[in-house]
Design a protein around this ligand. Structure first.
Ligand code: UDX
Length: 441
């Protein structure tokens, strides 16, 4: 099939490459010349394991190309994926839909004949129905444009596998679809469906809500275990053992019960806020109350770690040396959006601490947003000679650190393991004052 992918950020670049990988002819479109130039040259403008190789391989087949020319996209195909960003509004918690409206308006202006626009971006419920009214009003005479919604659930660091082998495909189609959009989506994903992937057909509103609900549930699970970690801290329990025991109940499951600094990144935080804001607009009370607490608990985790550092210096942090290991919001990513590690590093620097940061992938983006911090070239340089270490991202390089060797570099062996990822006993045995989140060992 011939497909376009409008918006080549994290989601769109991955989707375009993976659709070509499935055998489709794909044209990726973006307004950023720089981004399109990079992608055409086989360079991925962010870090995602395996994506650069797949990009180059698919460019070489001739099935994949990129352009800034939206008119060319309207001519190239009659099936268009919409993958532009929906960031948090600069004022308030709701989603900023300006990229969605901008992309659709400019695409529709060039369309002739029958077209299907399939939204993948995370949007507030009701957006697809509004877009249908908008495109119908803008369409040229004898041009029919339909909207469907096919939310993405991909995780950074696993983007290719999540796109090629998703847990499920949700096809949100209009009430009067009569199989039109559904059949196109079945054809697009034929190879994936042949692997037995569940295909769930819903109305547009449900498809939009599935994504919001999935994110809300994941975020709730993380804040739930962090709330339990607080009780463990106060009572002497161990949240890691507790989560293992909970996880054996398959109604609960072990995944996303990792206590620590909580969730960050470009998706979960802004998505739960937008979901909650939209629920509130609709007059719902349950989700705003629940997600308000989830967000508060999550942000409280960062403040608690910050407090632990400050208290370790009896409140006098000015001029004290602190190391933050991990600036990416999670491992296998260079994404620093809403990064707990950088929040802690930046907050400590603002109150006068001498903060050094090291991350295996996210140094350049971090330097751009927080140039006032010190950036060390290696993990051992970052430790030398610090007085407190905060481990903020569970990179394999940090998990594998030798606590005996690490102790030789520091001035004061205080390790705050913000991801509960270190073998605590080995660190304690090597002389470290080890502090986990909801566990002392
Ligand atoms: C998330 C959703 O998983 C994905 O389905 C959606 O499409 C986009 O948002 P992503 O942002 O890539 O994906 O990150 P994810 O792997 O879900 O992790 C989110 C955050 O939660 C990270 O900061 C991670 O460190 C944190 N987390 C995760 C925990 O604190 N504890 C856990 O047990 C799991």
């Amino acid at each position: 099939m011939k497909l376009t992918v409008i918006g080549t950020g994290y989601l769109g670049a991955t989707h375009a490459v993976c659709m070509a990988e499935l055998g489709h002819e794909v044209l990726g479109v973006d307004i950023s010349e720089e981004r399109i130039e990079a992608l055409r040259a086989g360079r991925v403008p962010f870090y995602e394991p395996g994506l650069a190789e797949k990009l180059s391989a698919n460019l070489a087949t001739g099935r994949l190309d990129f352009t800034t020319d939206i008119a060319a996209a309207a001519r190239f195909a009659d099936v268009h994926f919409l993958t532009v960003g929906t960031p948090q509004h600069s004022e308030g918690r709701s989603a900023d839909l300006s990229q969605v409206h901008g992309a659709v308006t400019s695409l529709v202006r060039h369309m002739q004949g029958s077209h299907l626009i399939i939204g993948k971006s995370t949007v507030p419920v009701g957006t697809a129905a509004d877009l249908q009214l908008m495109v119908s009003a803008l369409a040229a005479p004898s041009t029919e444009i339909r909207i469907a919604w096919n939310p993405e659930f991909l995780r950074e660091g696993h983007a290719i596998a999540d796109t090629l082998h998703p847990d499920r495909i949700v096809a949100g189609v209009p009430g009067d679809d009569a199989g039109y959009a559904e059949n196109i989506l079945r054809d697009v994903y034929a190879a994936t469906l042949a692997q037995g992937t569940p295909f769930i057909v819903t109305d547009l509103e449900t498809a939009e809500l599935v994504k919001g609900a999935a994110n809300a549930f994941l975020a709730t699970k993380i804040s739930f275990i962090n709330a339990i970690a607080e009780i463990c801290d106060l009572s002497g329990g161990n949240v890691t053992d507790l989560a293992r025991a909970l996880g054996h109940d398959d109604r609960i499951g072990r995944k996303f019960l990792g206590a620590g600094l909580g969730f960050g990144g470009g998706c979960l935080p802004k998505d739960i806020r937008a979901f909650s804001a939209r629920a509130e607009q609709l007059g719902a009370t349950g989700i705003p109350a629940l997600l308000g607490s989830v967000d508060d608990i999550n942000l409280g985790q960062r403040r608690a770690v910050l407090d632990t550092v400050v208290r370790s210096f009896d409140g006098a942090v000015a001029g004290r040396r602190v190391t933050v290991l991990g600036a990416a919001f999670k491992p296998n990513s260079d994404d620093i959006r809403d990064s707990p590690g950088l929040f802690i590093a930046g907050s400590l620097a603002r109150i006068g601490a001498d903060v050094t940061v090291y991350d295996p992938q996210a140094m350049e983006p971090s330097k751009r947003v927080l140039p006032e911090l010190t950036y060390a070239p290696t993990v051992y340089d970052a430790l030398h000679p610090t007085e407190a270490v905060v481990l903020a991202t569970e990179w394999r390089e940090f998990i594998d650190l030798d606590p005996v060797e690490a102790a030789c570099h520091v001035d004061r062996p205080l390790m705050i393991d913000g991801r509960n990822c270190l073998p605590a006993r080995a660190w304690i045995d090597a002389g470290w004052d080890y502090r986990g989140i909801g566990r002392r060992y």
